[in-house]
Design a protein around this ligand. Structure first.
Ligand code: PEP
Ligand code: MN
Length: 348
């Protein structure tokens, strides 16, 4: 439930309500807005709303009607910002994560990291554990892939996002990666989500291939319920009857999530489109629709990529896209990498 305090409720009154709720075994999240304080309340027990409504300074007590609680905007009205040193996902700046689908070789990761950094990306993406549809496809290098990503990110002052496929990989991936990526195929791996609730690093939770937005937010709830508040949602396209693109990129998920949840949402136009010639259009649209960030596949030599080459951008294409995003973002009061970046000539 949500306890909305009076506009003029005193700190003593607010503290008294919080203390009673905690005494009743509930978890309380306090949001102090410009005019009112709102208390989000969840717990295993049922609390009689009338009991709380009678406290001094309480304006009203509302039930949270959504099945997810901690992920809902009713529970926490203000936006969540996931902070990793100077990188803030969910703030005014649209954060771009870019890099190869898979970490293949030291040279490939290093060259791609240099290119995406030059263009203004803040986070290096790359898979070391790959959830491939076929067991015969390249499955990733595991720990040595993570080491390649970490070394390249450190050399270029980037953060790392990399996929964790199983609960028993959490410790290993966490040694090298700044963000745990949960792939679309694992969105409903509840053992993994539960364990990530106890992890001390942010989680990028991709939307499942056939998941509704409600199911997606319930998956986020598993992580939040474990005590990890740093969840970043990622729309990467869903499966529909349409076969012209690899997936159907659900742009409307962005405003829907913004309305239902306080969690930041980033967009993955690469897996949405499946073709590099359509990635810029979807990326531009996602920023215009209010995405807090993008995750984009870029490869120093995409025609020879070991996975997802067709949707991986050439560095020069990515560079041009970043320049376009810098123009689009201010139209909606946001920015994309304001630091000066080197231009290198654009290819179409
Ligand atoms: C990826 O990011 O390379 C990936 C496998 O994504 P998804 O889980 O969205 O298919
Ligand atoms: Mn990929």
């Amino acid at each position: 439930m949500v306890v909305v305090m009076n506009e003029r409720a005193s700190e003593v009154q607010i503290d008294a309500v919080i203390a009673r709720l905690i005494e009743l075994g509930m978890d309380v999240h306090r949001s102090s807005g410009a005019t009112r304080t709102v208390l989000g309340v969840v717990g295993a027990h049922k609390v009689d709303p009338d009991l709380i409504a009678l406290f001094e300074g309480v304006h009203e007590v509302l039930r949270i009607s959504e099945p997810y609680k901690r992920a809902s905007r009713t529970f926490k009205p203000e936006d969540t910002v996931v902070v990793m040193d100077d990188v803030r996902v969910g703030g005014d700046e649209v954060i771009v994560m870019a890099g190869p689908c898979s970490a293949e070789t030291e040279e490939q990761v290093m060259a791609t990291a240099a290119a995406v950094k030059r263009a203004g990306a803040k986070i290096l993406r790359g898979g070391a554990f790959k959830p491939r549809s076929s067991p015969y496809s390249f499955q990733g290098h595991g720990e040595s892939g993570l080491q390649m990503l970490r070394r390249a990110a450190d050399a270029h002052n980037l953060k790392v996002v990399s996929e964790v496929m199983d609960a028993n990989q959490i410790e290993l991936v966490g040694r090298y990666s700044d963000i745990y990526q949960v792939g679309a195929r694992n969105m409903q791996n509840y053992t993994l989500l539960r364990e990530l609730g106890h992890a001390r690093k942010p989680v990028l939770l991709k939307r499942g291939i056939s998941a509704t937005i409600e199911e997606w937010l319930l998956s986020a709830e598993y992580i939040l319920a474990g005590g990890n508040n740093d969840v970043i949602l990622c729309e990467r396209g869903i499966r529909t009857f349409e076969t012209a693109t690899r997936n159907t990129f659900d742009i409307s998920a962005i405003p829907v999530i913004k309305k239902l949840s306080h969690l930041p949402i980033v967009a993955d136009p690469s897996h949405g489109a499946g073709r590099r010639d359509m990635v810029p259009q979807l990326a531009r649209a996602a920023v215009a629709a209010g995405a807090d960030g993008l995750i984009i596949e870029v490869h120093n030599d995409p025609d020879h990529a070991w996975s997802d080459g067709a949707q991986s951008m050439f560095p020069a294409q990515f560079d041009r896209l970043m320049a376009e995003l810098r123009i689009i973002a201010p139209a909606i009061g946001r920015s994309v990498c304001l630091e000066p970046v080197a231009r290198r000539g654009w290819a179409r």
